[in-house]
Design a protein around this ligand. Structure first.
Ligand SMILES: [Zn+2]
Length: 111
């Protein structure tokens, strides 16, 4: 299993070219003492997310986690925004991805 773990850590979700600046902004995030927080986000994304893409979403929805597919979808109308803004949405959706993964490990958790 350790071998599989290494593969996951080394992997990256497939990322829509148009979201690469946001992904890079995410990976570059550092904590107050210079801790490489963004790299941790990237590793967790590699474990939980298969695809990150831009697409049409309903008005008022900036990004969405599609758990059945392991996709994060970012509203394409956000593509002109500062990549850091989009990175913040990615962080939010990554939290959903992690919650989902935790839930599937505990099938009786009831949500
Ligand atoms: Zn949410």
């Amino acid at each position: 299993m350790a071998f599989l773990g290494l593969l996951w850590v080394a992997g990256t979700p497939m990322i829509d070219d148009r979201l690469l600046p946001a992904w890079e902004a995410l990976i570059a995030v550092r904590g107050r003492e210079g801790a490489p927080i963004g790299e941790q986000y990237g590793e967790r994304a590699a474990q939980n997310v298969s695809v990150i893409l831009a697409g049409k979403l309903p008005p008022g929805v900036a990004a969405s986690w599609v758990g059945e597919l392991g996709w994060i979808v970012v509203a394409d109308r956000l593509l002109g925004e500062d990549p850091k803004v989009i990175a913040a949405y990615l962080v939010h959706e990554l939290a959903h991805a992690e919650q989902d993964r935790g839930a599937s490990e505990r099938p009786d958790s009831g949500y």
